[in-house]
Unconditional design. Structure first.
Length: 635
């Protein structure tokens, strides 16, 4: 069913077409265009970020979309977001605080995967892991098992079509060995492997069963004395599963990776940290990772820079090179390692450094793209860089000012690039103005051209002539451009009913807007916005809704004001009512109010009732509410 929304906008210039991104703009990075530069659209309620490119190259992966999940102090509306290669918005949907937007395959079908929920738990979260199909429908919702919350740090779909998630919970612990209380508390961390269809637990691992409290580099720091302020001694932030059925776990505060047996849970080896198992053949550069994120296995023969012996394996990770708040900032890097599990050696295969040093205290990602390029997302800093396999910078974009890096203004936990085909179940959104039509379709990736079509000649048009009309005729057609595309309307429009049709590259119809009556005089000072989302409100019955909903609401508010005024008058009547009591042995009279009990509580109630009631102002509020509703200001 069509959803029509009447939005009344002042027309200044033209419709809001997509703005071009900046290129090496110092003003952008100095926040001259705001803490988070955004653009709005005439046809859609969505807002898209305006990027600042520092490098652009044809060698970047051009067929892929960039996936981010902005959040932070300057982000008013959080949710998963898809951008095209030019930085234009493709899809956005508002969710609670969102992390880790990715595209992963499950049973041969691609899904958008992400976490959304409450992340205000001291670096941890409690939420839901979502899987959306190509129609943007929520097909699966994954939760933690055994009463453990699903944390935001990980959602990895394995080659076995299962899901890996991480969790945190509070546990009592003796912290005297690290200078804490005997009756202390820790945030323990671990991961679960679950069945996506049933949410059945398949495997669970707990860090405190395999790591000592003294293995970390971060002490309690006045935490851990009570259950209210537990000490996060391990901080798990990623987990991966290999073809052997074992797991690769990343611990931020241990500054190490742990290879975990998939049957027993025992730690087979550690890479980095105090219990490092490998000989570093790169003078310490392969094992000196600090606060790292997003560790992943790769077959050495498939990783960038050529093949390696079968005994070797590749690991990628984002090395924050951080040591926590207050420590000296060090430049973060992407790291590609080669490990030999026979000789127990590790070597840096390649490092990926941004030419303009970026230090990310937390979060971040490294992805090996299909074409062999390396994509790095800087987590706590609103930027990503695409490198060649050899480390040359190809493309770099800031989706927030560099002046705000490290402040938490704009953050995306990870950044990914993937190919994606989006086929939303909604219809396109369109805005009709006097001189042009603005059209968009949130999430649709196959649109190549927009066609404005008309039906019904102005000379012989009647409202009852729908069934007698011939097919729609093309008025004009333009290539799709960005998120929102403008289509000019001819000065002499011969048709009285218009629609916009989405066409793919072969000219096949993908979708269309519901036709609207074209009245040029009406659109000189107004814009008609027709949303493709499924709703029940339509322009045809909006007057009826105003009568059936807003008028009774206004009457109800008016009656309430009258009732409140009556209570006010009754209270004064009570105060004038009294009874006459004679004192023993006294001729004087004692005047008492009729109601004298629970003096403190009732006196507070009376003070509230004694507040003057402005019935005239109440009437004005009712009238104003009705006027605002009729103007479409409440949407």
């Amino acid at each position: 069913m069509l959803h029509n929304i009447l939005g009344l906008f002042a027309l200044i210039g033209g419709a809001n077409a997509d703005l071009q991104p900046f290129y090496q703009s110092a003003g952008y990075d100095m926040s001259q265009y705001g803490a988070w530069p955004l653009q709005s659209y005439l046809s859609s309620r969505a807002s898209g970020p305006i990027l600042n490119y520092w490098n652009r190259s044809e060698a970047c992966e051009k067929e892929s979309y960039t996936l981010i999940a902005p959040r932070g102090d300057s982000v008013r509306h959080t949710g998963p977001m898809i951008l095209d290669q030019n930085g234009n918005l493709v899809w956005f949907k508002e969710y609670p605080t969102t992390y880790n937007l990715n595209i992963q395959s499950f049973r041969g079908e691609n899904y958008l995967t992400f976490w959304a929920g409450n992340d205000g738990m001291g670096g941890h979260g409690d939420g839901i892991l979502y899987m959306l199909n190509s129609r943007y429908e929520e097909v699966y919702k994954i939760r933690g098992v055994n009463g453990l919350p699903a944390d935001m740090h990980e959602l990895q779909i394995t080659r076995d079509d299962t899901a890996l998630l991480v969790w945190y919970d509070k546990q009592p612990a003796d912290l005297r060995v690290v200078g804490g209380s005997e009756n202390g508390w820790i945030y323990d961390g671990g991961f679960q492997e679950v069945d996506i269809e049933t949410n059945e637990l398949l495997f669970q691992w707990r860090a405190s069963d395999h790591f000592k409290l003294t293995d970390g580099y971060r002490g309690p720091d006045e935490r851990g004395d009570s259950e209210d302020v537990p000490w996060d001694f391990f901080h798990i932030n990623s987990v991966d599963k290999d073809s052997r059925g074992n797991y690769l776990v990343s611990s931020r505060y241990m500054s190490c990776l742990a290879y975990v047996d998939g049957k027993t849970g025992d730690v087979i080896w550690r890479l980095g940290g105090k219990g490092n198992s490998f000989q570093d053949l790169s003078d310490g550069s392969a094992t000196n990772m600090k606060w790292q994120h997003h560790a992943r296995f790769h077959d050495a023969s498939e990783a960038p820079l050529g093949s390696e012996p079968a005994s070797h394996r590749a690991i990628t990770l984002f090395d924050n090179s951080s040591r926590g708040k207050g420590a000296t900032e060090r430049t973060s890097r992407g790291l590609l390692l080669n490990i030999n599990e026979q000789d127990m050696t590790v070597q840096v295969r390649h490092e990926y450094w941004n030419p303009i040093p970026i230090s990310s205290q937390s979060q971040g990602s490294l992805q090996v793209l299909d074409n062999g390029n390396i994509l790095i997302g800087y987590g706590y800093n609103a930027a990503w860089t695409e490198f060649s396999a050899n480390g040359d910078v190809l493309c770099e974009a800031h989706f927030g000012p560099a002046g705000g890096f490290g402040t938490g203004n704009i953050i995306s936990y990870r950044t990914f690039k993937h190919r994606w085909t989006g086929r939303p179940t909604s219809s396109p959104d369109v805005a009709f103005a006097e001189t042009h039509v603005a059209v968009s379709w949130n999430g649709a990736t196959e649109v190549a051209k927009w066609a404005l079509e008309g039906i019904g000649h102005a000379a012989n048009w009647t409202d009852s002539a729908d069934s007698d009309l011939d097919g729609f005729a093309v008025v004009s057609a333009v290539p799709k451009s960005g998120f929102e595309t403008n289509i000019p309307v001819p000065d002499q429009m011969p048709y009285r009913r218009l629609r916009v049709v989405a066409l793919d590259q072969d000219g096949a119809i993908l979708g269309q807007t519901t036709p609207v009556n074209w009245t040029p005089d009406k659109f000189r000072n107004e814009v008609l916005v027709v949303s493709g989302e499924e709703e029940t409100l339509s322009q045809r019955n909006i007057g009826r809704i105003l009568l059936l909903v807003f008028v009774p609401l206004s009457v109800a508010l008016f009656v309430f004001c009258l009732w409140l005024g009556r209570q006010h008058l009754q209270l004064h009547m009570w105060r004038l009512t009294f009874y006459h009591k004679l004192d023993q042995g006294a001729k004087s009279e004692v005047w008492l109010p009729l109601r004298v009990s629970d003096e403190l509580e009732e006196e507070e109630e009376r003070e509230q009732l004694d507040e003057p009631v402005d019935l005239e102002h109440c009437d004005q509020d009712v009238a104003l509410l009705g006027k605002q509703r009729s103007r479409g200001l409440f949407r």
